[in-house]
Design a protein around this ligand. Structure first.
Ligand code: NDP
Length: 380
């Protein structure tokens, strides 16, 4: 073929080549993939929460976590500072705001089904009672109350009102802790011999969120009520048992003499299992635990952090290996659990009684530190 003939044939050859190309891909919808978790409910089917007390924990952990919720949504904020309430409501899309004085108006707001109490400890009982009287369910921060007597009154008030009361024990909705419970229950560690846990942090009295924590009249107690409670609670949920007796030593610090600083304690659990814990407002931030069984040991450090959890397991005769799990939003999981209970009419995994049991154990620790001998943990 000469050059002239070749050029004349070129468009025909090109068209032939184009016809051989596969069709250009089109944008199309595809069927719903299998979801790895429960679906996100549409806003109108979600359970509305009113968050009470816009402090450090509410602003930094809880309000942002609504973005990860599947069943719960923010319906209102309640604050003693009207300007902050308006600003926070706008930032997080809360349709209503209340002051402590106008709170009772929430009874006329059907968008609010759950009141989440995140106030300093001494206000947990009175605010829970106000929320129940307004016809709402209550999610209440730890410690449930400053005394077991107040916790009992809160449980009785919820029962009388026919509403749910849940203790906000986020660790019991967190994946690593759930996995530790599963491994213990399924016998991977064998019979348990000892559980140890240390939970403490340096208190900073000059910071607003710690100012009230060193005042007994508002906090109810010190390191034990505030952070040691994670160790007390973990000893119970990991073993699935209740403490029968406590033996403890307690010291105070001259910088904050009203409340306990360092505490060490042992529990003798109902089966004879021993646990050993410590808490403090003066050692470096520590949130760790170990479960020592006949067949394996399990260690978590940090066990109850906001952002990070790590876990290791060591079967008898083998070296320790790390257990890798995805980090999920424990605050969202906890609020979704409460929302699910409201939607399904089921009881929460951590009801008021769960908070009461820890307070009874904490009171036995105080009693033992005073008496210097084993103190019985009162029955629920
Ligand atoms: P903050 O001091 O930061 O916040 C408490 C908020 O309560 C204040 O900002 C204020 O909100 C309101 N308030 C009303 N009256 C008072 C008062 N007399 N003194 C101080 N505050 C008052 O505390 P936190 O957010 O750290 O703790 C709040 C609760 O949450 C506690 O019970 C604590 O144990 C619990 N918590 C739980 C955690 C967990 O991991 N589960 C972690 C941290 C805390 P406003 O200005 O809006 O009126």
């Amino acid at each position: 073929m000469d050059r002239r003939t070749l050029l004349a044939a070129a468009p025909v050859l090109a068209a032939g080549a184009a016809a051989a190309q596969p069709a250009a891909p089109a944008l199309v919808g595809r069927p719903m993939p299998k979801l790895e978790a429960e679906p996100f409910l549409p806003p109108e089917r979600r359970v509305g929460f009113a968050v009470v007390g816009l402090g450090k924990f509410a602003l930094n952990q809880i309000l942002p976590a609504f973005g990860a919720c599947r069943k719960a949504r923010l319906a209102a904020v309640v604050s003693g500072d009207a300007g902050k309430a308006r600003r926070v409501a706008a930032q997080h899309g809360a349709p209503a705001t209340y002051s402590y004085d106008s709170f009772e108006e929430v009874a006329r707001n059907p968008e609010v089904q759950v009141v989440y109490v995140i106030l300093p400890n001494i206000f947990h009982r009175p605010f829970t009672e106000r929320a129940l009287a307004a016809g709402k369910h209550v999610l209440c921060e730890k410690p449930l109350a400053t005394t077991s007597a107040d916790a009992r009154a809160m449980i009785a008030a919820a029962r009388a009102a026919g509403r749910l009361l849940m203790t906000a024990y986020r660790a019991q909705y967190e994946g690593f802790n759930r996995e530790a419970i599963r491994r213990v229950r399924e016998g991977e560690l064998g019979p348990l011999r000892l559980i140890t846990s240390d939970h403490g942090r340096p208190v900073k009295p000059e910071e607003p969120a710690d100012e009230w924590r060193i005042r007994k009249a508002i906090a109810g107690g010190g390191s034990l009520h505030d952070v040691g409670i994670y160790a007390v609670n973990a000893m119970r949920y990991l073993s699935g048992e209740e403490p029968a007796e406590a033996l403890a030593t307690m010291t105070t610090d001259p910088r904050f003499p009203e409340v306990e600083d360092r505490v060490t304690w042992q529990f003798r659990m109902a089966s004879g299992l021993l646990t050993q814990g410590s808490t403090s407002y003066s050692y470096r931030e520590t949130k760790r635990l170990s479960v020592l069984g006949e067949k394996a040991t399990l260690r978590m450090d940090p066990a109850t952090d906001y952002d990070l959890r790590r876990m290791w397991i060591a079967p008898e005769g083998e070296t320790e290996t790390e257990v890798l799990l995805p980090l999920r939003n424990q605050f969202a999981a906890m609020m979704d659990h409460m929302a699910g209970c409201v939607l399904d009419g089921t009881a929460p995994r951590t009801p008021g009684e769960e908070g009461l049991r820890d307070l009874l154990a904490i009171e036995a620790i105080h009693e033992s530190a005073r008496s210097g001998t084993w103190a019985r943990v009162a029955a629920i």
